[in-house]
Ligand binder design. Structure first.
Ligand code: ZN
Length: 430
């Protein structure tokens, strides 16, 4: 199966083992496309037609192209998220077991499917904070160990014959990864810190703290007799983050300001300074308005004319569990973007915004489908309704259909990669 953007998406997934690296990979793409990096602490000198991006906490990123028209023409926004469920390494993580086996104490981030993390070649990625002369502004370095160094070994079936009849797991007992067999028990002290310091080529005493996650080192690949499917970690939501940024880069100049907004911490409810519940994004919109000569009124007029696509992957109908899906709406892998609808407004989609998105898909020659919850199943929510608590904007919740959401390795459709980017590019171009 041919796809224009598949290889680029697979490189992006492999280069982005955690939120910080997703933002780094996006920054590099934007740099290559001629975007200028802005620091939120500096004064911004924006020009119409200019391409810019800024980050928050190194884990959210906001890229925009200032519209050529009057600022009150408004904003076209595509939002997605940079984070994925998994495991974070706790402070003082080292725990020693019989035979000097060293394991690490971890904490679950978000809602991973725990047993998909067993028996995989894992490694560590994230950021470390280093000493500097200014206590309020320590230095940050990203670190990614590009080889498998950990695994979470499953208990043998001989110790639990009922394992295949449903096996409750303890996050604290069952899920701790093994990292080493030590020669000397004294090597246990600051093992993680020393490992990371060596990787970065810095003195361990320079490291004050860290945000480190586990990731599966297995690369993205296609499966299916004709390579119809994509399998990788973190497809939710890096597939949409990649589509948002790619379409921003590939779209044409226009009157409205075009924005790709990639937020962190969606998986834990978006309640951080870099998440969709914080004012970080609306402050950027106001700032764009102010920097091109807008007023308080032009900002409100711009918001009233704006439209947002909240892009977070959707549940495709699972071939083994058709009954889990709504009886009459079966979004399928390869069937194009999925519009998400909820009567209790967990999604921002309404008839008008759905109609707008469907029209865009039609113009792009892309099929489009619907997701609604089976009425006996409580569904999730995503970025859209979090953002509407900050800004009264029209918009639609959508995503590409995928299987195994929140597994260590998820599965989506190759055809939907280009469908989504075509629809997003059309949205920016209309
Ligand atoms: Zn998601």
């Amino acid at each position: 199966m041919n796809s224009k953007h598949l290889n680029d998406l697979m490189s992006f997934l492999d280069d982005s083992p955690c939120n910080f690296y997703a933002v780094k990979s996006i920054s590099e793409r934007l740099d290559n496309a001629g975007f200028t990096r802005l620091d939120r602490r500096d004064a911004w000198n924006l020009v119409k037609g200019g391409k810019y991006y800024t980050t928050q906490n190194d884990s959210s990123i906001f890229a925009f192209v200032v519209g050529e028209g009057p600022v009150e023409k408004g904003f076209k926004i595509i939002a997605a998220h940079s984070d994925s469920p998994g495991f974070r390494i706790k402070p003082n993580a080292e725990m020693i077991s019989d035979g000097n086996i060293l394991k690490l104490n971890t904490e679950v981030y978000g809602g991973p499917i725990l047993y998909t993390w067993f028996d995989r070649p894992l490694s560590i990625a994230g950021r470390v904070i280093l000493k500097s002369d200014d206590p309020l502004n320590p230095k940050t370095r990203l670190v990614k160990i590009d080889r498998p160094i950990l695994t979470i070994p499953h208990l043998a079936i001989h110790f639990n014959r009922a394992v295949n009849e449903g096996n409750p797991l303890s996050k604290q007992k069952d899920m701790l990864p093994v990292i080493a067999k030590l020669n000397d028990i004294a090597e246990k002290d600051n093992f993680v810190l020393n490992l990371v310091a060596k990787e970065l080529g810095v003195d361990p005493k320079e490291i004050i703290d860290f945000d480190l996650s586990l990731f599966d080192t297995t690369k993205a690949c296609t499966v299916g007799a004709d390579n119809e499917f994509l399998t990788s970690g973190r497809i939710d939501d890096l597939e949409m983050a990649h589509a948002a940024v790619t379409s921003l880069i590939e779209s044409k100049q226009g009157e409205m300001t075009r924005i790709a907004a990639i937020f962190d911490n969606e998986e834990t409810g978006s309640g951080t300074k870099q998440g969709a519940c914080s004012p970080v994004f609306t402050n950027i919109l106001r700032r764009i308005n102010d920097c091109v000569g807008g007023t308080g009124e032009t900002y409100l007029r711009a918001v009233a004319s704006s439209f947002m696509i909240s892009a977070d992957n959707a549940h495709g109908v699972h071939p083994n569990y058709v009954e889990k899906q709504d009886p009459t709406n079966h979004p399928v892998l390869g069937g194009g973007p999925v519009v998400k609808i909820n009567a209790n407004c967990k999604y921002m989609t309404d008839a008008e915004s759905s109609a707008i998105f469907k029209t865009i898909c039609e113009r792009a020659g892309v099929p489009c489908q619907f997701f609604v919850n089976h009425s006996d199943v409580a569904g999730g929510s995503t970025l859209g309704n979090k953002l509407t608590s900050q800004i009264e904007i029209r918009g639609v919740d959508m995503g590409a259909a995928q299987w195994a959401m929140h597994s260590a390795r998820e599965c989506a459709s190759v055809a939907d990669v280009d469908y989504t980017i075509a629809a997003f590019t059309e949205f920016f171009n209309v």
